[in-house]
Design a protein around this ligand. Sequence first.
Ligand SMILES: NC(=O)c1ccc[n+]([C@@H]2O[C@H](COP(=O)([O-])OP(=O)(O)OC[C@H]3O[C@@H](n4cnc5c(N)ncnc54)[C@H](OP(=O)(O)O)[C@@H]3O)[C@@H](O)[C@H]2O)c1
Length: 328
Amino acid sequence: MQKRILGPGLEVSAIGMGCMGFTHAYGPAMDDAEATRALAQAVDLGYTFFDTAECYLGARADGSYANNEELLGSALKPYRSQIKLASKYGVQHVGHSLLTDCRPQTIRQAIEGSLRRLQTDYLDLYYQHRIDDKVEPETVASVMADLIKEGKILHWGISEANEAYLRRTHAICPVTCVQNRFSMMARWHEKLFPVLEELNVGFVAFSPLANGFLSDAFAQGEKFANEDYRNMMPQYQAESYAANQDLLALIRQLAKEKQSTPAQIALAWLLGKKPYIVPIPGSRKTKRIQENASAADLELSAAEIIAIDNALANIKMSDVFGGSPIKN
Ligand SMILES: NC(=O)c1ccc[n+]([C@@H]2O[C@H](COP(=O)([O-])OP(=O)(O)OC[C@H]3O[C@@H](n4cnc5c(N)ncnc54)[C@H](OP(=O)(O)O)[C@@H]3O)[C@@H](O)[C@H]2O)c1
């Protein structure tokens, strides 16, 4: 797969592998052996960028406990020198809400736990998972500077960053990239582009398929498991399918023209927007992991991207999931 420079000194595959869904938010956690095979296949396909977090926990169908970092630590150990591992700190799930804790002592504990579970002595990229209003940005950035000095992390990033927070932290310890929600249905962070360019910071696009909706693979009435977050996401509600008819028609038409699939169009559009954007779709299915990787070969011209942007701006669509509420 082609590579991209995400931020200074960090080269990754143009499409990264979002690993959250193996254990968290998309129904019972996957069987370890099957997930391990999927990850090995991803490496074979040229994915070099793997995304996890301390809080991607879940339960398997038999009720046993599943930990995303432990899964990746063991599955990716044979490939450690070929890949970039990214994890996140500072968030705990309580029901469908998030608790943030980015105090220095909490980050110190978190990095040791992540390194142990991931069976590595450094992370390529370590993200603050959410802004914690109780801790000054400069305090968080100083801890990141120390972890870099100690060789425990090579780069740091911020997930769901805003301009003010990015500027204040970047002044203390340069941020390599942000990781924010971004898809054809969630475009509100495009306003950060000029700031990212000014500061030379990359953009990792999470939930790039709008939690799978843009793949057009999930028909109205699709049954998800009880614990699957998609049951409560606005884009998957019955009335949203009608509201999103024009959007689905647009991506089906583009897929037909480009002899590709709707998911590939949604990913190629993100890649075409800026050279420093790296989408990290998540899938448990080997065929889809391959399909998503191939989106890196689908080039949309600047004129095509503008035409799609204009179409999207003029299309009515439903709300899209915007993230779990933060409760502190
Ligand atoms: N920083 C943050 O706060 C944050 C938040 C959310 C996610 N993330 C990261 O971003 C990654 C991706 O986000 P996400 O998983 O929420 O959303 P996503 O990638 O937009 O969608 C994932 C869903 O799409 C389906 N899918 C993927 N590729 C497909 C294809 N080609 N055709 C049909 N269906 C396809 C998957 O189902 P199957 O598994 O059944 O294929 C899964 O249900 C996560 O794994 C995680 O690493 C970060």
